[in-house]
Structures are given as structure tokens and as C-alpha cells.
Design a protein. Structure first.
Length: 269
């Protein structure tokens, strides 16, 4: 199957052009439709920066210095800023690790999702509202009609993450990127969120950023291990976890508390 996402020789730099600081170097991978790739590694290894480069969300002062990013055969670097934003809203869904800071605190959850549906699906306000309520129901949020008018701080951490997943999947993206989606959630809510992500990943190319090998073991088809901005090891999940070839991967496995948690689909959300 042809890859939906292709990353070749990605290099990300920060700082002045004359004195660049490399954050990610020579990173290459691809993801096919229906496949989940997990990028794991310690904090500061370049996992999130790689995801932000794909989504066009690198912070000021950070840039893609080399490499090629392709989505559905289209080079992302060749797009204008306007075209890149439209593509991101249409074809890329993003789940951030902290939905409280990612949602606008002075806007209701429903209005945020409704705007996305109107802009990217060209729906009327009424049609967009119906789509949003259905999306909130799909992620098992209670009383979605009422939550449409709720502000982010009215929701619990787990509910906000569910709303973020609803926003990411609202426009039926081809690529789903989840950046540490279970950070700061308790174990039960974490399993529920992972089950929703597993269901949402069906038929899409999915990139999961996590520091938790247990999460990657339950959800990913392949795992890419990063350290200091470079790929240390990359392979099928079972092989990589059962017989890691790189010392750093073995260190990560030794540090993991447990890989025996149930698969995401084992706990109903």
C-alpha cells in the first residue's frame, strides 16, 4: 500500500541561520492508511517537534531546514501558508497533550468545533451544529447538546481530551496526529481515551507521540525510537519490544514500569 504520509531526511533547526541549533536530524519514516506509527523517547528527543513540522505548527524561531514532507503525494513545503492551513484543517487532525491550553478559554466548546465544520466543510451553522453534537456523542461525552454551550474549564480533563479528539476527527482527516494524548490523565480515563483514538484511527494514517512504551505497545503497528533528535531504532512493535537492537531502546524498556496493561479496545470508553 502506498504511504499516505512520507517524511524523508527531516532536519529541524532553531536559532539564527548562521548559528543553527539542530533539534531533529535525518528523520525518515512513512505511514500507510490504516496504520499507526508510534514515536517514543524521552522529553526533548524531538518527538513533538517532528509532529509539529508535519502539521505546520512549528513555533517562531524553529524551522524545517532540510528534508521532504509529503501528504497524499503532495509536497507540504511547496504550499503557501494559506494552502497549508487549509490542508491541515481538511486532511490533518491534531490531538494535543493539553486541551485546556489548546482550546480558546473564552469560547464554548461547541462554537470552536462549529467554526471548523463551517470553514472546512462549508456547512451552514445549523448543519455544523448537528455535526458537532454528533461528534461529541461519538466520543461518548454525556449530554452533548448541553456541552455544546460549555466552556473548556467546565469540563474535566478527560472530557476536554474527548472534545479534542472530536475536533481532530470532525472533518474526517486522512492523517491523525496525537501528541502525548494521555498526559496527566488517570489510568482509567487514559484507557478510555486510547480506546477512542484506536477507533478513530481506523482507516487513517495515525502518528502517535508518546513517552509511554505501554501505550505504544497497545496501539501501534510500528514504533520509532528517538533520542537527541535522531532515530535510534524503527520496526514492527512486537519485534522491537521483544528483541530491541539498540541499547537506548533496551534502556527505555528497562525503565518502563509495565507493558502488561490491556490493549486500548479492552476497556469500553
Amino acid at each position: 500500500m502506498q504511504p499516505l504520509l512520507r517524511v524523508e531526511g527531516l532536519r529541524i533547526e532553531a536559532g539564527a541561520a548562521g548559528h543553527p541549533v539542530p533539534l531533529v536530524e535525518e528523520l525518515s519514516f512513512s505511514i500507510a492508511p490504516g496504520e499507526v506509527l508510534g514515536i517514543v523517547g524521552e522529553s526533548g528527543s524531538g518527538k513533538s517537534m517532528s509532529a509539529y513540522a508535519i502539521a505546520g505548527l512549528l513555533p517562531d524561531g524553529v524551522r524545517v531546514a532540510a528534508g521532504r514532507l509529503e501528504l497524499e503525494g503532495q509536497s507540504l513545503e511547496d504550499l503557501t501558508a494559506t494552502a497549508r492551513r487549509k490542508l491541515a484543517g481538511d486532511r490533518i487532525g491534531m490531538v494535543f497533550q493539553d486541551p485546556l491550553s489548546s482550546f480558546n478559554p473564552v469560547r464554548t466548546i461547541g462554537s470552536i468545533l462549529q467554526e471548523s465544520a463551517v470553514r472546512h466543510r462549508r456547512l451552514s451553522a445549523r448543519e455544523a451544529r448537528e455535526r458537532v453534537v454528533a461528534a461529541l456523542a461519538d466520543v461518548r461525552l454525556p449530554r452533548p447538546e448541553t456541552l455544546f454551550d460549555a466552556y473548556p474549564h467546565h469540563l474535566s480533563g478527560g472530557q476536554r481530551q474527548r472534545a479534542m479528539i472530536a475536533l481532530a476527527l470532525l472533518n474526517d482527516p486522512a492523517l491523525l496526529i496525537a501528541d502525548e494524548p494521555t498526559t496527566a490523565l488517570d489510568a482509567t480515563v487514559q484507557l478510555q481515551v486510547l480506546a477512542l483514538l484506536e477507533r478513530g484511527a481506523a482507516g487513517r494514517a495515525t502518528l502517535l507521540i508518546t513517552h509511554d512504551l505501554g501505550v505504544a505497545a497497545g496501539l501501534c503497528d510500528r514504533i520509532l525510537v528517538m533520542q537527541a533528535g535522531r532515530c535510534m531504532e524503527h520496526g514492527p512493535t512486537g519485534r522491537l519490544l521483544d528483541a530491541p537492537s539498540h541499547p537506548y531502546t533496551r534502556q527505555l524498556l528497562a525503565a518502563a514500569t509495565s507493558l502488561d496493561r490491556p490493549a486500548p479496545g479492552a476497556a469500553p470508553p
